[in-house]
Design a protein around this ligand. Structure first.
Ligand SMILES: NC(=O)c1ccc[n+]([C@@H]2O[C@H](COP(=O)([O-])OP(=O)(O)OC[C@H]3O[C@@H](n4cnc5c(N)ncnc54)[C@H](O)[C@@H]3O)[C@@H](O)[C@H]2O)c1
Length: 273
C-alpha cells in the first residue's frame, strides 16, 4: 500500500505530545520517516499548564515505530538554533533527505493586557516567533539541497488570523507566524518549496491542563463577553489533534502542490464569528 508521503522525511518540533505527536504519527502512517524534537522539560514559569516529559517523547517514538516507519527523537529547545541544526543534520545523515518541516512547538499564556510582564511577553515571542524562525532556518537548506522541493508548515492559531482575548503576546506572536509563512513562501518558491501557515482553533491537547482553564476564567472576569469573539460555528467546539494532523498531512503532500503562502484555518469557523 502506498502512502501520500512515501519515502519522505519530516522534521517536526514539539513532537512529544499534543498536535506535534499527532503530526508525527499521521505523517509516519503516510510513509514518512520523522526527525522529532521537543523541549521535553520545564516550560517558562509564566505557562500555567503542565510541561511535557522525556517519557512523552518516548511515547511518540513508540507510536511512530508502531507504524513501521523510523524516527530520530531528541530533546532540543527551539530557541537554540545550533541544537535544531544538530538535530536536523543528524536526522538527514541517517535518513538521507528532508522534505517537510512542521514548526509546531509553541506556548500560550492567558493574561489580561495589564498583567503581562516584559518577561512573559519576551518568553512568548522568543518561543513562538524566534523559535519558529529557527526551525525553518535549521531545515530549509536541506530541502533545497535535495532538489525535489518540499513543504514547510508553520503552526499558527486562530489568534494569528483574528485574535485571542487575554493573550496580547500570543496574538502578536501568531500574527508574526502568519507573516513569516508568506515571506518565506515568496523567497523559497523558486526551489519548489511551499510555505503555509495552519491555524487551529481550540484543540484538545495538554495545553488545556493544570491551571490553564482557571487562568483563562480569571482573565475573562476582567472583560466578560470578549470570549464570544471566538465562538465556533460547528457544534463540536473543540478539535482533536488528529483533525489538525489531517490538514498538516494534506499541506505536506503533493495534493496541495499549488498551495503556498496560504493561511489555512482549521478552526470550526471561529475566526469568522
Ligand atoms: N491547543 C490549542 O488549543 C491550540 C490552538 C491553536 C494553536 N495551537 C498551537 O499548536 C501548537 C501545538 O500546541 P499543542 O496544543 O499541541 O500544545 P502542547 O503544549 O500539548 O504541545 C506543545 C509541545 O511543544 C513543546 N515546546 C514548547 N516550547 C518548546 C521549546 N521552546 N522548544 C521545544 N519544544 C517546545 C512542549 O514541550 C510540548 O510538547 C502550538 O504552536 C500552539 O500555539 C494550539
Amino acid at each position: 500500500m502506498s502512502g501520500r508521503l512515501d519515502g519522505m522525511v519530516a522534521f517536526i518540533t514539539g513532537a512529544a505530545r499534543g498536535q506535534g505527536r499527532a503530526h508525527a504519527v499521521r505523517m509516519a502512517k503516510e510513509g514518512a520517516d520523522i526527525i522529532a524534537v521537543d523541549l521535553a522539560g520545564p516550560l517558562p514559569s509564566c505557562v500555567p499548564y503542565e510541561s511535557a516529559t522525556p517519557e512523552d517523547l518516548a511515547e511518540t517514538v513508540r507510536l511512530v515505530e508502531a507504524t513501521g516507519r523510523r524516527i530520530i527523537a531528541s530533546k532540543a529547545d527551539i530557541r537554540d538554533l545550533d541544537a535544531l541544526k544538530a538535530a536536523v543534520d543528524n536526522g538527514v545523515a541517517e535518513f538521507g533527505r528532508l522534505d517537510i518541516i512542521v514548526a509546531n512547538a509553541g506556548i500560550s499564556v492567558p493574561e489580561p493586557w495589564n498583567e503581562i510582564t516584559p518577561e512573559s511577553f519576551r518568553e512568548v515571542i522568543d518561543i513562538n516567533v524566534v523559535g519558529t524562525w529557527n526551525t525553518v532556518m535549521a531545515g530549509a537548506q536541506k530541502i533545497i539541497d535535495g532538489g525535489r522541493g518540499g513543504s514547510i508548515i508553520l503552526i499558527g492559531s486562530a489568534a494569528g488570523l483574528k485574535m485571542q482575548p487575554f493573550m496580547v503576546h500570543y496574538t502578536a506572536s501568531k500574527h508574526a507566524v502568519t507573516g513569516m509563512a508568506r515571506a518565506f513562501a515568496a523567497e523559497l518558491g523558486k526551489y519548489k518549496i511551499r510555505v503555509n501557515s495552519l491555524h487551529p482553533g481550540a484543540v484538545n491537547t495538554p495545553m488545556g491542563t493544570g491551571d490553564m482553564v482557571a487562568a483563562l476564567g480569571r482573565a475573562e472576569e476582567t472583560n466578560p463577553g470578549l470570549m464570544k469573539m471566538v465562538t465556533p460555528f460547528l457544534p463540536d467546539y473543540v478539535a482533536e489533534p488528529e483533525d489538525i494532523a489531517d490538514a498538516a498531512c494534506w499541506l505536506a503532500s503533493n495534493e496541495s502542490r499549488m498551495v503556498t503562502a496560504s493561511g489555512v484555518a482549521v478552526d470550526l469557523g471561529s475566526t469568522q464569528f
